[in-house]
Design a protein around this ligand. Sequence first.
Ligand code: FE
Ligand code: FE
Length: 209
Amino acid sequence: RHSSETIPFIWSKTMIVISEELKKIKKDLKKELDKNRYQHTLGVMYTASCLAMRYSGDIQQAMLAGLLHDCAKCIPAERQIHLCEKNRIPMRDVELKNPHLLHAKLGALLAKSQYGIKDKTVLHAIEAHTTGMPNMGLLDKIIFVADYIEPHRDKAPDLAEVRKLAFDDINEAVLRILYDTIHYLDQRRGAVDPVTYDTYEFYRKLLNR
Ligand code: FE
Ligand code: FE
């Protein structure tokens, strides 16, 4: 007979491997990111896992993508540009003028080369997280939304509403975030990536607005 405390929790072998992988990456990222970015990263990881539960997605994939989505964010702009050149990642005008946009593509590259991620779905979600992309897969949408609503975020307008929407209808949440990004957020910083507009148009039509 076991008391409730001694009943062993059964882990599958893959679960152990994946959680070890998460632990190792977490440790590495703590060194790569500044304190706020690291906190944000953990917020995205846990929020993504909740959204995966809600939409029957893969929880481990969501955590991995959430953890790594900003892995290139704290690299200085000139070095981001240099690394993109070195790895033949094509850069568009809008990215050269706003190098913060590069961290998504570069992040996907580093996730593969430095953190050993082979899962293309995870790499794609990292690549798509800043602008979104037309016709995103579930994991792409989960990371895109989690990035916007994670608990440490506080600057976006109507966050409470978007947070609720995220768990009601993820496509509606994606559309709302794109709308807010175009109308409130990036306007202040200057440039909205054309891909953000394309993504907005895609989801606007999809949802018949
Ligand atoms: Fe980011
Ligand atoms: Fe982020």
